[in-house]
Design a protein around this ligand. Structure first.
Ligand SMILES: [Zn+2]
Length: 288
């Protein structure tokens, strides 16, 4: 879930004051022709009411929100972020809004500790610390998905492991650890609200592609938005196939060598582009 934590409104007001001050300076620079950054973008290039330029990466992030919603990976809750291509210490994530409705103007920039840089009254996701902590721990990660897909949840609350049983899901990796917030944080509201909690989750994720969260959901990471989306979608497909197989007997999973070879195939530009075009078409968005 993505309920803002208590007190966030105060911190947002403070951030807004700082940003308003910064905006005034930027406006002065722009007037002098020195504002050669995102704020100097033409109105046509900007995302409606947003301050972010309509870079392909940001338009792709909007498409990814729509795809994840269309494929049932996220519903009212869940989110996807991208490491900021302009500054790798920052990341970009929508405001607290259902992914199916996210537009360019909803995208917000966050610093390495998950603080919004230009909130302008927008409420961030309560669980943005998942993203901050993963980007901090994993320099190789360019995109992070957090979801509560119902199909994967049984594997987060039983001792039956989620593992690749079909080649299209090889990207989820041979090992999917399960994070239990109770181990370090006791009884919470189950949300990842602090950087400390996010770092603990990132530690459990380790070098893997996916982690499950007991009684909650999952985190999926990848080197691009397209790969993160494809991994999250096929994680859901794999969970459904594995559950159906479990009803019939003991599923025969892919071997470690098969997972490695198949993942390389799935990550090829040919496969990624083909999947991205398909999922964009299904979601009714432009394939950026
Ligand atoms: Zn959540």
């Amino acid at each position: 879930m993505d309920v803002p934590e208590p007190g966030v409104a105060d911190s947002l007001r403070c951030t807004r004051r700082r940003v308003l001050g910064a905006s005034a300076s930027i406006a002065a620079l722009a007037a002098m022709g020195l504002g050669g950054n995102a704020h100097a973008q033409s109105k046509r290039e900007r995302g409606g009411a947003g301050t972010l330029p309509a870079l392909p990466e940001f338009r792709r992030l909007v498409a990814a929100n729509r795809i994840l919603a269309n494929e049932g990976v996220v519903d009212a809750f869940g989110h996807i972020s991208v490491r900021d291509p302009r500054n790798p210490k920052q990341f970009v994530l929508a405001r607290s809004r259902s992914p199916a409705l996210v537009e360019l103007g909803d995208l917000m920039e966050f610093d390495a500790e998950g603080a919004p840089l230009d909130a302008r009254g927008r409420t961030p996701y309560g669980e943005r610390m998942i993203h901050a902590a993963v980007y901090e721990a994993r320099p190789d990660v360019m995109s992070v998905v957090h979801h509560h897909a119902y199909a994967v949840l049984p594997f987060a609350i039983t001792n039956t492991p989620l593992k690749p049983v079909i080649h299209t899901a090889s990207l989820i990796g041979a090992e999917i650890p399960v994070w239990d917030s109770r181990t370090r944080f006791g009884a919470t509201d189950m949300l990842v609200r602090t950087l400390d909690q996010g770092r603990d989750l990132a530690k459990t994720l380790g070098p893997h592609t996916c982690a499950l969260m007991r009684g909650h959901g999952a985190v999926v990471v990848a080197g691009s938005i397209q790969a993160a989306v494809m991994t999250a979608v096929y994680m859901l497909v794999n969970a459904n196939v594995e559950r159906e197989a479990l009803a019939l007997g003991k599923p025969e999973g892919l071997s470690a060598a098969e997972i490695e070879k198949s993942a390389a195939t799935q990550l090829s530009p040919l496969a990624l582009d083909r999947a991205w075009e398909y999922f964009c078409q299904r979601a009714g968005v432009e394939a950026v």
